[in-house]
Design a protein around this ligand. Sequence first.
Ligand code: GA4
Length: 325
Amino acid sequence: MVVLSQPPTLDFNQYSLLRSTCKPTASFADIPEIDLSDPNAKFHIVKACEEFGFFKLVNHGVPVELMTKLEDESLCFFKLSKSEKDKARTPHPLGYGSKNIGSNGDKGWIEYLLLNANPLPIFSHDFLCAATEYVTAVKKLSCEVVELIAEGLKMERRNAISKLLKDEKADCCFRVNHYPPCPEMQGLSGLNNMIGFGEHTDPQILSILRSNNSTGLQICLRDGAWVSVPADAAAFFVNVGDVLQVMTNGRFKSVKHKVVVDPNRERVSMIYFGGPPLSEKITPLPEVLKDGEESLYKEFTWWEYKTAAYKSKLADYRLGAFEKS
Ligand code: GA4
C-alpha cells in the first residue's frame, strides 16, 4: 500500500462549534497512581475508584514496545490519504471515522479506528499483528485489575467481574484516536480550546487508555472541577465505566472525561473498553450490598443499556433512565 502524505482530514472552518471558551485547566498532580507490584494495590484501586473513578497504573508489566509498535502502525494508517482511509469506513459503528462521534450529531477534532476487540477484524497485516498483541495484553491487564477490585471489596468470588470480560461473548471494543494538531488555534487566546472528544462517561465496565506523550485528557472531579491529566506514555489510565458503577451500587462512579486538542502536537490514544456479554443482567454485586441495602438501579441487560447509550448524545447522563425513582 502506498503511503501518501496526509492531506488535511479535518477542516478548521467547520469547527466553530467545537471551540469552547473555558478556563485553562490546572494540571492535576494528585491523580492516584497505582503500582501493580504493591501488595496493597487492591485497596488503593478501590479507594481511587471511589474518589475519582479514575487512576494511573504503573509497573503493569505490559512492555512499552508493544504500545509504541501499535502507535506507529496506527500513525501509518492515519497518514494515508483520505480516500484510502475511507476504504476502512464500514457500517456504523466499527471501522474508520473522522469528525463524527457516534451517530447522534456529536463532533470532535478527531479521526479514529473503532474495532470490535473480540475478535479483532481483518485489517492491514502489520496493524492487525500489533493490535492483536496489544489487545491481548490489555485484556489480561483489565482482568487483573477487576480481580484486584473484587479482592479490595473483600468479595469471595475473585472472578465475579473478570469472568464477564473473559467470556467468549464479552462485548469488548477497542479504539485508536488520532487528534491532529490544530495550529489555527495557536494565535487565539488561551481561553479557547478545540474539543477533540466531548465530555462523556464510558458505558462499559472499565476502559484502559494509553496515549503518546501528549496532554489533552481531562477528568471531572467529584466537585465538578475539570483537571488535566499529565501525560505518561509508559503508563495506563483506567476509567470506571457506567456498568461498574451499577455493579457497585454507586460506590464507584463512572468518570466524566473529555479531550482538548493541543494546537502544536498530535495526540494518539488507544483505548480498550471491557464490556460484558450482551445478554448479561447488570445488577449490583450481592457482596457489595450491605444488609438491607437495595439496588439504586432498575434491572437491565448490557444489550438494553448499550442500545440506549448508542441512541444518546455523548454528554447525556445515560444512567439516569435506569435509576429507580
Ligand atoms: C464512549 C466510549 C467509547 O468510545 C464508545 C463510544 C461510542 C462511539 O463513539 O460510537 C458512543 C459513546 C462511547 C457513548 C454514547 C454514544 C456511543 C458515541 C455516542 C454518542 C465506542 C462507546 O462504547 O460509547
